[in-house]
Design a protein around this ligand. Structure first.
Ligand code: ZN
Length: 223
């Protein structure tokens, strides 16, 4: 099962990807994490990416695609994967499809998570991060046992400076503009499933589950 999870920052797709990855026993791949790991490990690609990151520039598509492809063609991803935060644009999506085609594979479904701006602003305002280990919490959805204290290491939690309504609103707008072509591309290919995230967690999970199920019915006997 090869899936892509798309959606603006704060919509909660990372949490959903983590859930589905556990349930279906497939790898959860965040392109941001991959990039950080490559930089820390000082791999050839990591060192190249670092030059851009240090200058505050976006890492070029070519490098990001290389890192992701390396991962998804590894043994770890044989059973399948969820791509979280990748592709970011049409050019990355096409490179991804071309690479998969070379080995006779394809993306099965693309989940597109949406929510109203109010909901996204509320979610982002509640995000808290551990100063020491980086663990993520949410005041309402996944609070720590003790107020403002990390469950894992006992350090203090903080709120990212740019997690405010103004920045959130700008980020959502930029995301929408950048991904419009991408969403159309997957729609045309008939792979897109839109999941509305305004409701309760259980409702959202139910919608994802139905999307996954419809796929296994459709493709019975095709593999
Ligand atoms: Zn911690």
């Amino acid at each position: 099962m090869r899936l892509i999870f798309l959606g603006p920052p704060g919509v909660g797709k990372g949490t959903q990807a983590a859930n589905v990855s556990l349930k279906e026993n497939i790898s959860h791949i965040s392109s941001g994490d991959l990039l950080r790991t490559a930089v820390d490990a000082k791999t050839e690609i990591g060192l190249k990416a670092k030059e851009y990151i240090e200058k505050g520039l976006l890492v070029p598509d070519e490098l990001v695609v290389k890192i992701v492809v390396e991962k998804i063609t590894s043994a770890e991803c044989e059973k399948g994967f969820i791509l979280d935060g990748f592709p970011r644009n049409l050019s990355q999506a096409k490179s991804l499809d071309n690479t998969l085609n070379e080995s006779g594979k394809r993306i099965d479904k693309v989940f597109y998570f949406t929510a109203s701006e109010d909901v996204i602003i509320k979610r982002i305002a509640g995000r808290r991060i551990c100063k020491s280990c980086g663990a993520q919490y949410h005041e309402m959805y996944s609070p720590p046992v003790n107020d403002n204290v990390c469950d894992k290491c006992g350090s203090e939690l903080y709120q990212r400076k740019d997690d405010n309504p103004e920045t959130t609103s700008v980020r959502s707008k930029v995301y929408k503009e950048q991904t419009e072509e991408l969403i159309d591309y997957y729609k045309r290919n008939g792979e897109l499933i839109e999941v509305n995230c305004n409701g309760e967690k259980s409702e959202i999970q139910q919608n994802i589950c139905e999307g996954l199920h419809s796929m296994s019915e459709d493709e019975k006997g095709m593999e």
